[in-house]
Design a protein around this ligand. Structure first.
Ligand code: ZN
Length: 390
């Protein structure tokens, strides 16, 4: 493992040897090689192109070539986006129990795991002590609330399903409506319906509002409807002083504009969790500056190269330690490139039992010990989401 975390802000990197990371003591080297370059377009304009992960383009008139140079000097070097994961022969094991802060255990309106008790049991075998069920719609949130209230760890009530003994893995729930299902959220009664689900909890409280947010890459619910429903969730989080489990895809600017004014009114800034963060360094920096926490899924090991990998390395472990949590987002987002026997597993449905792979991939990318990542992410999840249950 390359010792890349220490002094990351001072160092830049070279990516020779197929992604092997070598700290370079000359920040200017990476700037000169990797940042802005200029290309000409048919219109005759020169365009400053960032060859880093953000892929942003800004039009620069040809006569202002000097301005491009100034931008280059001001921009921070972005760390390598490529990773060569270790070859694991078996699942990593950690002394610290892991908390999966986001599982679509009850699906997105249809059942994702018909035999979910065995899925939970398998997660416990992998060292996952707690699973938070995502509320993708109001009916799913209601199902999750009922399940969690009757789950062994939740209280003395009779246990449903196959789990007759005290569970080795606790279940928790959140309540919300995914932006892609925003059109199912009644504008005149949705917030009250959501409030009813949350207030119906008896043995275990609803630990967050979500998932909610904006998804402009799937406009099965129109963008203006998504924004309206997102506002309803934000208002409810402030009213009930609940953390937020937030989804953003292809809508960063609108999302930040809507969320920012609510941050000071939440229980804490970190209680706004950007779930399944897959963005670039600029976006990560915006969220960190707002004080948000960040959920990391198997997406980081869903490819060997991504702007997310570069963003996390650029931020560095010291800055991220108190902000990161891990989630499977199962059944999606199998962390396939760090799993053994990936050929067989590529088409498999993801399960919470794969969470140790997410922890391992995160540690590998950041160049820190896996146990340290396990402990920090568990501490963060307990502090931000689960302290309401204690
Ligand atoms: Zn999501």
């Amino acid at each position: 493992m390359s010792p890349i975390n220490a002094g990351l802000s001072r160092l830049s990197f070279s990516t020779q040897n197929d992604g092997e990371i070598q700290p370079v003591d000359d920040p200017g080297l990476t700037k000169r090689k990797k940042n802005k370059r200029v290309k000409s377009t048919k219109s005759g304009k020169s365009v400053a192109v960032c060859s880093g992960p953000c892929k942003t383009e800004s039009a620069v008139p040809p006569e202002h070539g000097r301005a491009v140079k100034d931008i280059r000097l001001q921009s921070r070097p972005v760390a390598p986006s490529r990773v060569k994961f270790p070859h694991l022969s078996e699942m990593p094991r950690y002394t610290t129990k892991l908390i999966d802060i986001g599982v679509n255990l009850l699906g997105y309106g249809t059942s994702a795991f018909p035999d979910f008790t065995s899925v939970v049991d398998q997660a416990a075998d992998s060292g996952v002590s707690d699973i938070v069920i995502i509320g993708s719609t109001i009916p799913v949130s209601k199902q999750a609330q009922i399940l969690v209230d009757s789950w062994p760890n939740s209280g003395p009530e009779e246990i449903t399903g196959a789990a007759a003994a005290p569970a080795r893995c606790s279940l928790h729930f959140m309540a919300g409506c995914h932006p892609c299902r925003a059109s199912d959220f009644a504008p005149d009664g949705g917030r009250q319906a959501l409030r009813d689900v949350i207030m119906a909890a008896r043995q275990q409280p609803c630990i967050a509002i979500g998932e909610c947010g904006l998804d402009y890459k799937d406009l099965s619910s129109a963008a203006d409807v998504q924004r309206e429903v997102f506002r309803e969730h934000l208002e409810l989080a402030v009213e009930l002083q609940k953390p937020l489990f937030l989804h953003e895809r292809g809508a960063h600017t609108d999302f930040v504009d809507l969320l920012s004014p609510y941050i000071p009114r939440l229980p804490s800034a970190e209680s706004a969790c950007i779930h399944c963060f897959t963005g670039n360094w600029e976006q990560l920096q915006t969220y960190l500056d707002l004080g948000c926490s960040i959920g990391i899924t198997g997406w980081i090991a869903g490819s060997r190269k991504s702007s997310l990998i570069a963003a996390l390395r650029t931020a560095g472990w010291e800055r991220l330690r108190d902000r990161l949590m891990i989630e499977s987002d199962a059944p999606a987002l199998l962390p396939k490139y760090i799993m053994p026997k990936k050929a067989e597993s590529q088409d498999e449905k993801n399960v919470p039992a794969n969470l140790p792979y997410v922890c391992c991939a995160l540690a590998w990318i950041l160049g820190v010990d896996g146990e340290e990542v396990a402990k920090a992410t568990t501490d963060n999840a307990r502090r931000i989401f689960l302290q309401q249950t204690q």
